[in-house]
Design a protein around this ligand. Structure first.
Ligand code: DGJ
Length: 558
């Protein structure tokens, strides 16, 4: 209805009308207190919190910071970064100190303090796998080799990773996870907890697959038919049946089906099935959205499997994970690679019609902050730098050398900028109306296409003057997003860049005219006008610095 009205008016009237129209509520989503959930439409995804699309402006604490005594060193950093969601682990060793006896006190504190600090909470279930290892298993398991069953190498040596073929261990993990989810259902009616991550970077470093007797037996059996199908392979013959707990089997062996990838694919299936069972058991208690995160492989030149954590949801085995762990709502990349092309590729690989993009971890080194804008363009459900607290632990060189106001400032600026309009941005992303870019070292100008316009984004220019030869910023720190509100109407924001609209195909001989450029902020879902930009502020394009500025722009041609 909005489009028809605007189109049917003469240009001047359209402009006048626009001022009023833009003040109207932008969303058709009525908020409610329903369970957090994911919705999917036309291959796009949204996370609904209180019934409306939500953008996770997240921050993950260091591994050992989710203890009540340490929380005073967490909240100042969460505040400083302007996060709306905090990610904190639940440690199996703390949660189940004695078999079957659960200690809910820490998780209760995490929920209560998150609520008090006005942020949502994502809980990370550190259990059978944490970065591939069983280090968070309770002591009573670690001390009993029958309870903590390690993977074996081909030569029989144990590996620092749990065997995905131990049904006793799986049952123990399931039982504890079920207790956690049941407790959340009972004690968190306000849905402070919006998502739960099952395990952490599950898989194995230092071995490609398990050679325990149970694993060898499973490897010698045929590949389950759904796994073959997921990887686009056809069973060789019609001899498909149901065998024991393996599910539908084909008559094709792992080596025969997958050749040199057989070991890795087998391990991915084994780990995914285990994590999927834990997830399904928890979800049956309390159906919050669940996900698993991945230690990535190089998305462009991965090399041999020894280069990455085998068995985890890396890009090459996403279909295996989807087929073997359907209770997981999404598989998510942890990004610790500071190369634009690779980061862009990772986002492209994990944003699929069957998998929403969510970035549950990204390095907190300042140069990673700009990838927020790229992630918006890839329709991410959320973004979350890792190691956000003031405990003075830093994971340099993966992350920043120091965690302080200065190093967190670029992340804080992003969240400050979009925080007040995150609902609108999430809705527009779900509708496919957001494009974003981040500065690529050595590439001082980029462009994106939106609503029939080419939008040029250049870096390193002064705010005043022509911009034929942008030099790029000294460090790649720039980024911008453009969201389409209506025909020729856009929301534009960015940092350390110049954004300029240019006519394209339909009107190649015409030139762009900035008809109205409003700067403002969002308050309670409404754009609040502050001033018009004109003169120097628009004559050379729209220049963004480290001021959090949001523009509503109407472009025309002459
Ligand atoms: C990725 C893991 O998921 C995190 O828990 C943490 O160990 C970082 N790597 C490294 O600091």
């Amino acid at each position: 209805m909005r489009k028809t009205t605007i189109r049917s008016l003469p240009r001047f009237a359209r402009l006048i009308g626009l001022v009023g129209l833009l003040a109207a509520p932008a969303t058709a989503w009525a908020t409610d207190h329903s369970l957090p959930r994911l919705v999917h439409k036309d291959g796009r995804h949204a996370l609904l919190i209180d019934g409306a699309p939500y953008l996770i402006l997240g921050a993950q604490v260091n591994n050992s910071s989710a203890w009540p005594a340490v929380l005073p060193q967490v909240w100042p950093a969460i505040k400083a970064i302007h996060a709306n969601t905090v990610e904190m682990p639940v440690y199996w060793e703390q949660f189940e100190p004695k078999p079957g006896a659960f200690d809910y006190s820490v998780v209760d504190t995490l929920v209560a303090q998150s609520c008090k600090n006005d942020v949502h909470l994502i809980l990370l279930w550190f259990a059978t796998w944490k970065n591939g290892s069983p280090h968070y298993m309770p002591l009573w398991m670690k001390q009993d080799p029958k309870k903590l069953v390690r993977m074996l190498r081909a030569d029989g040596r144990p590996v620092d990773s749990a065997s995905p073929f131990s049904s006793e261990m799986l049952e123990a993990d399931k039982r504890a996870f079920v207790a956690l989810m049941r407790h959340l259902k009972k004690t968190d009616p306000q849905h402070t907890v919006i998502l739960v991550q099952v395990e952490n970077e599950s898989g194995t470093w230092g071995a490609v697959r398990d050679y325990s007797p149970a694993a060898v037996k499973a490897f010698d059996a045929p590949v389950p038919a759904p796994i073959l199908a997921a990887m686009g392979k056809k069973p060789a013959g019609a001899n498909i049946g149901n065998v024991g707990n393996v599910g539908n089997v084909s008559n094709v062996g792992w080596k025969e089906a997958f050749g040199k990838d057989a070991d890795e694919f087998f391990h991915a299936w084994a780990v995914a099935r285990y994590v999927g069972e834990v997830a399904a058991a928890g979800k049956a208690e309390y159906p919050l959205p669940l996900y698993a995160n991945a230690a990535l492989r190089d998305p462009i030149s991965p090399g041999p499997v020894v280069n990455w954590e085998s068995g985890g949801p890396t890009d090459d085995v996403l279909p295996i994970w989807k087929a073997a762990a359907p209770a997981l709502d999404l598989l998510a990349p942890d990004i610790y690679m500071d190369d634009y092309t690779k980061v862009d590729k990772v986002m492209e690989l994990y944003r699929r019609p069957d998998n929403p993009l969510l970035i549950p971890e990204i390095s907190n080194a300042p140069q990673y902050a700009r990838f927020f804008f790229l992630a918006l363009g890839h329709e991410t459900l959320g973004f979350s730098p890792f190691g956000i607290d003031v405990t003075n632990y830093v994971n340099f060189p993966l992350g920043a050398k120091k965690t302080n106001e200065e190093t967190l400032a670029p992340f804080a600026l992003n969240y400050q900028l979009v925080g007040p309009m995150m609902r609108e941005l999430a809705r527009l992303g779900f509708e496919g109306k957001v494009k974003g870019v981040a500065e690529k070292k050595g590439t001082p100008a980029q462009s994106l296409e939106i609503g029939g316009w080419k939008v040029n984004v250049s870096y390193g220019l002064p705010q005043f003057g022509f911009g034929d030869k942008p030099p790029g910023n000294a460090e790649p720190v720039g980024g911008a997003f453009v969201a389409q509100l209506d025909d020729n109407q856009f929301l534009v924001a960015g940092v350390h860049c110049r954004v300029d609209f240019q006519t394209t195909g339909a009107a190649p001989k015409k030139q762009r005219d900035y008809l109205r450029v409003e700067e403002g902020t969002y308050e309670s879902g409404k754009f609040k006008f502050r001033r018009l930009w004109n003169g120097d502020q628009t004559d050379w394009g729209l220049n963004f610095t480290s001021e959090p500025q949001i523009l509503r722009v109407v472009v025309g041609t002459y």
